[in-house]
Design a protein around this ligand. Sequence first.
Ligand code: SER
Length: 583
Amino acid sequence: MNATTLRQLFLDHLRTHGHAIIGAAPLVPENDPSVLFTTAGMHPLVPFLLGAPHPAGRRLANVQPCLRTNDILEVGDAHHLTFFEMLGNWSLGDYGKETAIRQSYSFLTARLGLDPARLWATCFAGDNDAPRDDEAAAVWRALGIPTERMLFLPKSENWWGPAGITGPCGPDSEIFYDMQPGGPPGETPTSNPARFWEVGNNVFMQYDQRADGSYHPLAQHNIDLGMGLERLLPIVQGVPAIYETDLFAPIIEEIQALATRSDTFALRVVADHTRAAAGVLAAGVRPGNTDQPYIARRLIRRAARYGRELGITGPFLARIANVAIDTLAEAYPALTRARANICAALEEEEARFGRTLARGEAELQRAVAQSTDELAGAAAFRLYETFGFPLELTQELAARHGMIVDAVGFAEAFAAHQQRSRQGGAARFQGGLAERRPETTRLHTATHLLHAALRQVLGPHVEQRGSNITAERLRFDFAHGERLSDAELQAVEALVNVQITRDLPVICTGMDVEAARAAGAIGLFGERYDERVTVYSIGDFSQEICGGPHVAHTAELGYFRIVKEAAVSAGVRRIRAVLGDAP
Ligand code: SER
């Protein structure tokens, strides 16, 4: 069974159980400045998990490309990746725990043929915030999982979400598969994570976590199931690692053909990171020093560095990316469309990294000259952080000068840095979709009206370059060369207010990308992975690809007022606007 069949089987299974198949969201979330990347299928669905009605119904499923960098240092083992596809299904206040668990169990065993005797389940152990999940455990027992293959674990293990600091979350029940049946008795998913792979997680999203850390029961009890496509593949294909499946074997072979040294870990890092970089670049991100661009840069440079460890000289990432794109071409035609741009961006960044490395070597010479017999951990970490030198490389170069490196000091500096970047990552989640309130929904609909009005007044060259919405105001960045005149600003404002007065209905339709394009919908066409999109139409005035949510009628918006217009960069303008009462 290849990856294509596995995706199909999953969606067929959920369709049979009454789910609507929805399109995947872009890898860089729209209208959500609180996160860098889509990290789970539930992420774009937060407003609907909190109770907004989803236009496709209460049972949803899809395959969502995701990017997570929190596991980046584990990439290289048999089953961790940065860029992966999540098979997901959701109940928005519809079915409950028992149906959810049975549905995932029958997918894994009846559809995929996994051996029920190798499955383990974990359930929430209970604490002051929520009771022990005996209900989930009873379902697993009824399905034939004996208590010996079940664990009750605390919140640190069996609780998922919120995707940040506030929002929907709840106890979960994880599903593990024993990859080495007949291994040492007494081992469990907690004691040996390399042996037991987590293949799925049913989250019972029935709490809303507030900013003060307190949990409040949600009126709507949801299910959020996620399964890692790439982790199921080796199991159904009978191979011991993700890298040996049809999605990865061709990439590994291409790297091996260039390598002069063999190093499984390095091979895997290059394969994962190049594939991830291709996905990020296809989403329109270019390497840089902050936010998404920084992640792109880090993936590319880490891949280049491990390439050098394999003895590869000269630029090679574009060649590897081409193969990675081929493995995903059928499922994600957008990658093929972006192929030339991806390759060009990789070549450019690799060349830039080559120059940085040369400077790093000079810095190392200086550090060595200032030390006696040991290079300080902080100096080694600086080389790692600023120039991308792995500890091994620094150790090797230091050894040539008869010097050792303080590896403990390096590890300490490294851990302190990780702590800081985790805190930074968590802080990002504040606000954004998880705090979606009626005010932000109204401003979101107003943003669509503004976008369409700008195109009517200024011309069709106006395209969205960014959007940021808080409960107080909207902020919209768009392509346009000059400052807007007062007359233009007044025309745009008036045009939006006319549409509000007309009380136009807001209607959501699912369609193929091509149909949306033909219908004249605007939106980020080039950067989508999915061929299926949702289009929000506002009467005859606006049609835009978007994940929602929106108000039902424009009269709900009140009065629209532009408060500021300014430049963001060459060719990009920014408008801030608010909604309020008519003057
Ligand atoms: N949101 C959960 C996860 O990412 C289940 O989909 O694991």
